[in-house]
Design a protein around this ligand. Structure first.
Ligand code: FDM
Length: 212
């Protein structure tokens, strides 16, 4: 029987790159083109695990670094059954951050290597497309101050940026780097083109397993 699944599309990037805005624009564009789509974001702060993560990010609680890394991963795993179900129903998922953020942010902390950080996410549904919204730290700072949450500092974000660069060397992932310094409209057009191609080819391909 022909496979008619939806595509798993991830947007990644450092703070202020415009991921959330672009996810919403892409969702509208896919729906307008007649392709069923839904948006998800990680961390999903609505679950019990997500609330632990949210309190940590808001600095209302402290968690040991390995522990919080595993919670971020558990927060993805707990949503896998739902993700699979939607993809099988032919719904394309547009995901704001995924395991790549998980690895880039934890491995930016002292004493963590990429390899250890990737382990907990091995076997997650593999994205058909990962778009990295590229923005230099200088351009990001022109877009205003960082917020109050944990990790929202220029120094930490530039280490995160380097970790993403290392992750992008992995040719088993369909990375597309998008120049996020362009106008919102131009970034949107670029993202939509990549996504439409992906949705139309993913229909006939089995869903892969991440980093396996
Ligand atoms: N973050 C996000 C992680 O450290 N690990 C993860 O696995 C994920 C998905 O949490 F600073 C970080 C990245 C960011 C914060 O912020 C979540 P937003 O504003 O909700 O995306």
């Amino acid at each position: 029987m022909a496979c008619t699944r939806g595509a798993l599309i991830v947007l990644e990037g450092v703070d202020k790159a415009g991921k959330t805005t672009q996810c919403k624009r892409l969702l509208e564009a896919l729906r307008r083109s007649g392709r069923p789509a839904e948006m998800m974001r990680f961390p999903d702060r609505t679950t019990a695990i997500g609330q632990l993560i949210s309190a940590y990010l808001e600095k209302k609680s402290d968690l040991e670094d390995h522990t919080v890394h595993l919670l971020f991963s558990a927060n993805r795993w707990e949503l896998v059954p739902l993700m699979r179900k939607k993809l099988e129903q032919g719904i394309t998922l547009i995901v704001d951050r995924y395991a790549f953020s998980g690895v880039a942010f934890t491995s930016a902390k002292p004493g963590f290597c990429l390899d250890w950080c990737m382990k907990a996410d091995v076997g997650l549904p593999k994205p058909d497309l990962v778009m990295f919204l590229q923005l230099s730290p200088a351009e990001a700072s022109l877009r205003g101050q960082f917020g109050e949450e944990r990790y929202e500092t220029g120094v930490f974000q530039s280490v995160v940026q380097q970790r993403f660069e290392e992750l992008r060397k992995d040719s088993s992932i369909n990375w597309q780097v998008i120049d996020a310094s362009q106008s919102v409209e131009d970034v949107h057009k670029n993202i939509t083109t990549h996504s439409l191609n992906t949705v139309d080819t993913a229909h006939n391909l089995p869903l892969g397993e991440l980093w396996k």
